[in-house]
Design a binder for this molecule. Structure first.
Ligand code: PLP
Length: 467
């Protein structure tokens, strides 16, 4: 399997190189050069499989010889063995047609663990083969940072430097990062906003010498291997609800469009997906893009669902590429226009291609709170605000055939956003026992000004240079 860039001029790479590269050298994102396809029989044969066996079956065609089936199975067993639920991603029923797929049983209580636990192991495997070393640098407003740190803590071939805005992540989120005391984990609280932290990370990648000297790498959802790992649970859930004989719809709380794009990939591979509902909060660039063709950046409004507070959605480029005829040169031009003006119109082909499968809903705070109460009062389920945005959108999709089940992806554990949950239902979710000692553990992190010199000096002193 070869991977090509959405902007048409980076070299095609195999799975191992794509995993280590993250972004393509022409600024685009890597996608498989064609979609592997399963037959009805292939999908029917997934009926009784465990999560790990489903993962091997679904991901095998993307790996293309970079790992043997045995190696892939071992990595999946290790990654998903760290989840606290035997089903890894269990389905929970809310009424006769609404379901939730719980993706938050991993070590840091958000769905990002599903992909990052595997990515950490893939990094280690490929780097040991090459006797190479990576320095991960990232900026986080919460969930990605803790999931990435947990996935690579203590691994010999990787150092991780995670920047968060000082005082602007929740206590639970900060402690999930700063109480990991492994020597290769470096937390930095930046005196500034998330955007300041993000700008520092971008500047480090743009410094070609610095980036090459420390072999910098990113773990955000532009990495293909992350999306690939997320395709698995669409199959796992749909097969349990009757696929390949019965189509299933999914509602996905969306920010960077990674999770819902994985659903699109599943559909391309032959899974009968009746619809993908893109649920946004009031930061609705994706809703405007899908409903009106208007992809234009506004200013971020902070909400109770911080992991969806975005105004640029990186993985949307992958959809535009695939539904727009896979013309990388034309898309590069369109994206340059967007980067210059912060706005673009979707082409007719892109709009029609997207509307075949996607609809979208913009969910405000009132509807989010109603959905939280609906799940609690009618099904005894305490859900998190992000999942509630997804559920609100699922409940609004009343034009689907009555026999199509609707699965909302539950992307975070309610305990991660306790204040917002308590405000909506009057009940404060407890921390699950696996992270129950979080508030007793020692924290370690540096505080640095939002200065390029200060941050690069800090990284250079602690990272492992190449060669
Ligand atoms: C990251 C995240 C999302 C958004 O997922 P994308 O793949 O960026 O669209 C939604 N909910 C939670 C809890 C998250 O951590």
């Amino acid at each position: 399997m070869k991977y090509v860039s959405t902007r048409g001029s980076a070299p095609a790479l195999g799975f191992e190189d794509v995993t280590l590269a993250g972004l393509a050298s022409d600024g685009g994102l890597y996608v498989p050069e064609s979609w592997p396809a399963f037959t009805r029989e292939d999908i029917a044969a997934m009926a009784g499989l465990s999560y790990v066996d489903t993962a091997v079956a679904v991901m095998r065609p993307f790996i293309g010889g970079a790992l043997s089936d045995e190696e892939l199975r071992e990595l999946c067993a290790a990654a998903y063995g760290r989840f606290s639920h035997r089903a890894v991603t269990p389905l929970v029923q809310l009424d006769h047609r609404q379901w939730m797929l719980e993706l938050f049983h991993g070590p840091t209580l958000a769905f990002k663990d599903v992909a990052l636990q595997l990515l950490g192991l893939l990094f280690e495997k490929f780097l040991s083969r090459r006797e190479d070393h990576l320095t991960i640098v990232g900026a986080t407003s919460g969930d990605t940072g803790s999931a990435a740190i947990d996935a690579v803590a203590g691994r010999a071939k990787v150092d991780i430097f995670m920047l968060h805005p000082d005082g602007r992540v929740s206590d639970v989120q900060r402690r999930q990062m700063t109480t990991v005391l492994a020597p290769n984990v470096h937390n930095i609280a930046i005196d500034g906003s998330f955007d300041d932290a993000q700008a520092l990370v971008k500047a480090m990648f743009n410094d070609a010498d610095f980036s090459a000297r420390f072999n910098l790498s990113a773990v955000n959802s532009i990495n293909w291997a992350r999306l690939m790992a997320q395709v698995v649970y669409y199959f796992y859930a749909a097969v349990r609800l009757g696929a390949p004989d019965r189509p299933v719809a999914f509602s996905v709380p969306t920010g960077n469009f990674g999770d819902v794009f994985a659903g699109y990939v599943a559909s391309k591979m032959g899974l009968p997906v009746a619809r993908l509902i893109v649920a946004t909060n009031v930061n609705d660039i994706l809703h405007r893009a899908l409903a009106e063709g208007d992809y234009s950046q506004g200013t971020v409004i902070p909400t109770a669902t911080p992991s969806m507070d975005i105004q640029v959605s990186s993985n949307f480029e992958r959809l535009l590429f695939d539904v727009g005829g896979r013309d990388g040169i034309a898309l590069a031009e369109q994206m340059r226009g967007f980067e210059a003006t912060k706005a673009m119109r979707l082409t007719n082909a892109q709009r029609e291609g997207a509307s075949a499968l996607f609809t979208s809903h913009r969910v405000d705070a009132d509807r989010m709170n109603l959905a939280l109460r609906w799940a609690y009062e009618g099904a005894g389920q305490v859900i998190d605000p992000h999942s509630a945005v997804g559920l609100a959108a699922a409940l609004a999709a009343d034009d689907l055939p009555a026999d199509v089940p609707v699965v909302t992806l539950a992307t975070a554990h309610a305990a991660k956003f306790r204040d917002a949950v308590e405000r909506a239902i009057g009940l404060r979710p407890g921390l699950p026992s696996r992270i129950g000692t979080l508030f007793d553990r020692e924290e370690s992190y540096a505080r640095l000004p939002a200065s390029f010199e200060a941050v690069t000096a800090y990284v250079a002193e602690r990272a492992t240079p190449r060669g």
